[in-house]
Design a protein around this ligand. Structure first.
Ligand code: NDP
Ligand code: 8X3
Length: 248
């Protein structure tokens, strides 16, 4: 399979790339940080191709896809993994720019990538789009405001893709992970405050990028008649809180 992974320069994306290549598949590593994906491509050898890509730019997506060498043009699996959370401030304080960036990346970028790849998949009668959502798209929490909303969008977009894709042979899945450590997610969210980022995982055994990569690999290697619509994962140490009630 040829697997196109956005956000392959770190975290889930890099681990998914390693997993698919270790099982004999080929991966396109897409992200903004060219040096990172070039290093990973060197590590993975001929089975990997690094492509600089900013999913928030339609021009960047078009240039990246039209520049793929012929033998890489047929994409069997698109993993829309590029994404980010910015800030945990309440909605009435968070800078509007942070919301704009999350919507541009997690929603606009994801749908633009998907729209670019779907026609070829439908014409071939096969293909898979794996979107990386989040438990934040299923459950609200303080400071989750627009991040959670973008991931709810990812969930519903994936299900609506399924509705449109019935009969085409093309599959779509939303993977919604919970607390997951060892990636740059919280460093990005706390804008380089690595102590605050580390505190998120203190005293926990979070999911790992490998758990997510193994899940994506399992989904991608199921028989073609099986579509996982949505899958939610949490570490065993994570659960639910009661509703907040302000008294007095
Ligand atoms: P990381 O911060 O480690 O990785 C994010 C990746 O997204 C990087 O490779 C980054 O690459 C890429 N990216 C960000 N913006 C863009 C852009 N505009 N264009 C292209 N690539 C971009 O985070 P994770 O691996 O933890 O997260 C991956 C996905 O999983 C995200 O969608 C996140 O929301 C989701 N998720 C994460 C969870 C967690 O707890 N870690 C839990 C649930 C969901 P570069 O900067 O080089 O462009
Ligand atoms: C990342 C998980 O709980 O930090 O999507 O929102 S959480």
């Amino acid at each position: 399979m040829n697997v196109f992974i956005t956000g392959a320069s770190a975290g889930f994306g890099a681990e998914m790339a390693r997993t698919f290549v270790s099982h004999g598949h080929r991966v396109v590593l897409a992200a903004r940080r060219t040096d990172r994906i070039a290093d990973l491509a060197r590590e993975l050898g001929d089975s990997a191709l690094a492509v600089t890509l900013d999913v928030t730019s339609r021009a960047s997506i078009e240039a990246a896809l039209s520049g793929l060498p012929p033998e890489w043009k047929q994409i069997d699996v698109l993993v829309n993994n590029a994404g980010l959370a910015l800030n945990t401030a309440p909605a009435y304080e968070v800078p509007l720019e942070d919301w704009d960036t999350m919507i541009a990346t997690n929603c606009q970028g994801l749908v633009t990538m998907t729209r670019a790849m779907l026609p070829d998949m439908v014409a071939r009668g096969s293909g898979l789009v794996i979107n990386i959502g989040s438990v934040a798209g299923h459950y609200p929490y303080p400071g989750g405001n627009v991040y959670g909303a973008t991931k709810a969008f990812v969930e519903q977009f994936t299900l609506n893709l399924r509705a449109d894709l019935v009969g085409t042979g093309v599959r779509a899945t939303n993977i919604a992970p919970g607390l997951c450590g060892g990636t740059e997610f919280s460093n990005v969210r706390f804008k380089g405050d690595d102590d605050a980022a580390a505190k998120v995982y203190e005293g926990t055994q979070p999911l790992t990028a490998k758990d997510i990569a193994d899940t994506a690999f399992w989904i991608a290697t199921l028989p073609p008649h099986v579509n996982v619509n949505s899958i939610e994962l949490m570490p065993t140490c994570q659960g639910f809180s009661p509703f907040a009630v302000r008294r007095g």
